[in-house]
Design a protein around this ligand. Structure first.
Ligand code: G3H
Ligand code: 13P
Ligand code: ZN
Length: 306
């Protein structure tokens, strides 16, 4: 069934587990996410960025996700990830998305408040839940205190932001970043800051840039010709700690892209005579599905629908 992120995340916050938001960009990535959720009996957030909307088309995405949601025995939401303006937010709501993110993290505080408030007003009338973001995603390993303060989420500002905007969930910046190259040295997150934010803010908190960039996927991709030197993600222990300190939604894109790429490379190398797209892409779907299932177990969402 199709539900909102509010429906999925308040129970997660109460019971101290996290729901994964997995970015999809084609049929295979979507099927991987849904099949994993069904097999793990896990709630799931299907996340779509504006660039995936441009690639696949809102109407197709909505129909595909709704078709699965009608029969899948797990609750799922259809979520716009990193919506940057009213136009894409409105189009997504009209197309049937149940949850949207308005990402004003690049704006000044007051501008972010104003944009988020407007979006909350128009989303809530339609029963759609809203994720907002305060702070900028950036690695902090070599940052000074001043640099950290300039980019990471300020706990007091977070409290004021949520109170003034009425956002349903808040994405926070504690040292994660998007993509496969998150740290040059040792992975480092600001857990003290997360603890303070959790104490002050009473809505579910969201961690973007949370892929772990698993060594076994990188090794496979590199073995079959990929160039990924220096790739590094968030260790699984850090993810567990973030959940124990109050993160309720975790965004994963990069690990699925890496699994897709590594598996396609392996398949094509090992099966030079194969040219059936269903076999080639099917192998990638299975690999992404295994990654998603592993995340659901790590996040503690497996079994939460039974
Ligand atoms: O934050 C989300 C993604 O990792 C970037 O996605 O390439 O679909 O814009 P995109
Ligand atoms: P990763 O690049 O770490 O997978 O983060 C994805 C994300 O935050 C999508 O919003
Ligand atoms: Zn993100």
């Amino acid at each position: 069934m199709l539900v909102t992120n509010r429906d999925l995340l308040f129970p997660a916050m109460r019971e101290a587990y996290a729901v994964g938001a997995f970015n999809i960009s084609n049929l295979e990535s979507f099927l991987a996410v849904v099949e994993a959720a069904v097999e793990e009996k896990s709630p799931v957030i299907v996340a779509v960025t504006p660039s995936s909307v441009r690639y696949a088309g809102l109407a197709y995405i909505e129909k595909i996700v709704k078709t699965a949601a009608e029969s899948a025995p797990v609750p799922m939401s259809l979520h716009l990830d990193h919506g940057k303006d009213i136009e894409i937010v409105s189009k997504s709501i009209d197309a049937g998305f149940t949850s949207i993110m308005i990402d004003g993290s690049h704006l000044k505080f007051e501008e972010n408040v104003a944009l988020t408030k407007r979006v909350v007003e128009l989303a809530h009338i339609k029963g759609v839940s809203v994720e907002a973001e305060l702070g900028r995603l950036a690695g902090i390993e070599e940052s000074t205190v001043e640099e950290k303060e300039a980019v990471l989420t300020d706990p007091n500002a977070a409290k004021e932001f949520v109170e003034r905007t009425d956002a349903d969930t808040l994405a926070v910046a504690i040292g994660t970043s998007h993509g496969a190259y998150k740290f040059k040295g040792e992975p480092k997150l600001d857990f003290e800051r997360l603890k303070l934010i959790r104490e002050k803010v009473d809505v579910p908190l969201v961690l973007h840039g949370a892929s772990s960039v698993p060594a076994w996927i990188i090794e496979k991709a590199v073995k079959y010709g990929a160039e990924l030197s220096g790739a590094k993600g968030i260790p699984e222990e850090h993810i567990k700690e973030a959940i124990s300190l109050g993160i309720s939604k975790i965004n994963i894109d990069t690990d699925l892209r890496l699994a897709f790429t590594a598996t396609i490379r392996e398949f094509l190398t090992n099966s030079p005579k194969e040219f059936d797209p269903r076999k080639i892409l099917g192998s990638a779907k299975e690999a992404m599905k295994e990654v998603v299932k592993g995340k659901m177990r790590l996040f503690g969402s497996s079994g939460k629908t039974s």
